[in-house]
Design a binder for this molecule. Structure first.
Ligand code: SF4
Length: 326
């Protein structure tokens, strides 16, 4: 049966590796971080053992998701080198790397572009009021630092994923302003492939004492985001944080078209297991939506990649794209 493009919802068959959980920031909603020095870094041989069995599975994206070592720390260079080497390893094994390791220097971003098909950093919320609450001890969450990352990604032609964290003390207007900022940068550089709308979902480790973002409000945020963002930016929602199937469908009806990386574990929200591909299909299909795997780089950005990366991506496109869409 032919696939109706306008009823397609995508996801990325992914696996997350974590070079280190240590992070010098202390965002009070964090359920990921360890104290600096308390989380052993992932060795290349450990990563090799983790990745090898995945080669025979349908895993395309390796998300390299790291806690942050302070830019002035004597350990920064070794930390960056480890991330680079992990990307190179994943690439050499046929996977497509996508790194999200917090704010980087321009030179660090430039180097990582060589071994990543896309990169990401959540803008979260731009309002400075959060620097007095959830981000009081998180220097990396300075709005201007994060906006600059998006700008550098544009200058370097790095296909980029960003997003908002919802329900951490922002107002509705704060949300729209953050979306407008993303939209303006995209209109300048045309480099944002997707915007994640992530509802705050409390976990066991966090100290931030606030209720979850009500997923029932998510469809209206998505609809407004769809109005603000240019049409070539895809809106992504994490299905494990929208538990109710009816509301997941409402989010899609409102304009979300991607469900992000689906793998064994959501490292950022470890208390919320991923809904796996077959279960998602069973929710979507009766409502007329088709679930399709995608690569971590959208086709319109292929020409920004090196020849080596383009070859790796092409191989995956053939595997992931249904024959009716080739
Ligand atoms: S949310 Fe990210 S930046 Fe903040 S403490 Fe956790 S790992 Fe670090």
């Amino acid at each position: 049966m032919p696939i109706n493009n306008s009823r397609l919802v995508t996801y990325s068959p992914a696996y997350t590796i974590v070079p280190t959980y240590e992070c010098f920031n202390r965002c009070s909603y964090c359920n990921f971080r360890s104290e600096p020095g308390k989380s052993p870094w992932m060795s290349i041989s450990d990563a090799d053992s983790i990745l090898k069995p995945l080669q025979s599975e349908k895993v395309c994206e390796i998300l390299i998701l790291s806690g942050e070592v302070h830019p002035n720390s004597p350990k920064r260079q070794a930390w960056f080198r480890r991330i680079y080497d992990l990307c190179e390893l994943a690439l050499s094994m046929g996977f497509l790397p996508h790194t999200n390791a917090g704010p980087l220097s321009f030179e660090e971003m430039e180097k990582l572009k060589r071994v990543n098909v896309s990169m990401g950093l959540m803008l979260e919320q731009l309002t400075p009021t959060l620097l007095n609450s959830v981000h009081r001890h998180a220097p990396s969450k300075l709005p201007e630092v994060r906006l600059q990352q998006l700008q550098w990604a544009g200058e370097l032609q790095i296909p980029f994923t960003t997003g908002l964290l919802l329900g951490i003390g922002e107002t509705a207007d704060d949300c729209w302003e953050t979306l407008i900022a993303i939209s303006q940068l995209h209109q300048r550089y045309h480099h944002i492939q997707e915007v994640i709308l992530q509802p705050h979902s409390p976990g066991y480790q966090q100290t931030f004492d606030a209720p979850p973002f009500d997923p029932h409000h998510l469809p209206e945020v998505i609809a407004k985001a769809r109005q603000i963002l240019p049409p070539d930016i895809t809106i992504q929602i994490p299905p494990n944080l929208v538990k109710d199937d009816r509301w997941l469908l409402a989010c899609i009806e409102a304009g979300a078209r991607d469900l992000g990386g689906i793998g064994p574990k959501d490292e950022v929200n470890p208390d919320y297991p991923h809904v796996q591909e077959q279960a998602l299909r069973e929710i979507l299909q009766p409502a007329g939506w088709e679930l399709m795997a995608r690569s971590p780089v959208y086709p319109q950005f292929d020409s920004w990649l090196s020849g080596e990366l383009q070859t790796a991506v092409k191989r995956w496109r053939k595997t992931l794209t249904p024959v009716s869409l080739l």
